[in-house]
Write a protein that binds this ligand. Structure first.
Ligand code: APR
Length: 237
């Protein structure tokens, strides 16, 4: 019998203690920028330069922060469980903490691609995606096929090509852990509904969670401390 399948669904809250601001907390990103201007496909057609600057800033910042104890604890779960991390985050902190199976639902901040690519079934043919690390792209920076380079991010108004892969993982999970997401952005926020009727769901968040479901245990704590509580619960099983 292989290791039990554990799916960890994460949002901005898991990276908060690394110093990356969340979106909807006080002073969050969406208090300082209009989503439609910097994170939507309409914003890209209106003012691509503004969008490139927004992601250049966030990419540069990512190079200055590091994974926190929550990312590391999630990576360490792989010793006991068959772990799939499904993250809404575009940072690379789960990778840098050592997690080995990560589904980025909303893209990856260090990656760019030609803007003319259309979605195929499960995201993008990898040869058209380039990792620029913490560098910048500007208007006029073109891909080999001559198209303008754009962030490899899923913007509001765009499809989420990896959602089916994520649903498959959640349906097979023996345990579902949700860390640091306000569960307000779909389709990611609906993923937990696909968990089996007898699959325990644990949510780590210092604030109230906007969902109710008999399978849910709310660990009211920040991610680093909540992961310690979660590991104790696993040990008591
Ligand atoms: N530890 C754990 N959770 C935290 C912490 C912390 N230290 N600090 C804040 N949180 C919680 C907040 O209470 C909130 O529930 O993290 C959640 C952050 O919610 P959002 O800011 O809405 O971030 P997220 O849910 O990831 O947003 C989803 O929205 O804008 C889009 O594409 C963007 O992926 C993002 C999506």
């Amino acid at each position: 019998m292989g290791k039990k399948k554990l799916v960890v669904l994460t949002g901005a809250g898991v990276s908060a203690e690394s110093g990356i601001s969340t979106f909807r907390d006080s002073n969050g990103l969406w208090e300082n920028y209009r989503v439609e201007d910097v994170a939507s496909i309409e914003g890209w057609y209106r003012n691509p330069g503004l969008m490139l600057d927004f992601y250049n800033t966030r990419r540069r910042e990512l190079g200055t922060v590091k994974p926190n104890a929550a990312h590391i604890a999630i990576a360490e779960l792989e010793k006991e469980y068959d772990v799939t991390v499904v993250t809404q985050n575009v940072d690379n902190l789960h990778e840098r903490a050592g997690s080995t199976r990560i589904i980025h639902l909303h893209g990856e901040l260090t990656k760019v691609r030609p803007e003319d690519r259309c979605n195929d079934r499960d995201g993008f043919s990898e040869e058209s995606v380039f990792d620029i690390g913490y560098g910048e792209i500007h208007i006029g920076d073109l891909a080999p096929d001559g198209a303008q380079l754009r962030p490899h991010i899923v913007w509001f108004g765009e499809a989420v090509p990896k959602i089916e892969m994520a649903i498959n993982a959640v349906e097979r999970a023996g345990i579902l852990l949700i860390v640091g997401t306000s569960l307000q952005v779909y389709p990611a926020a609906g993923l937990f509904r696909y968990a089996g009727y007898d699959t325990p769901i644990y949510i780590i968040d210092p604030k109230d969670v906007p969902v109710s479901d008999p399978r849910i245990t709310h660990i009211r704590n920040v991610a680093t401390k909540g992961m310690e509580d979660f590991k104790k619960i696993l040990k008591s099983k």
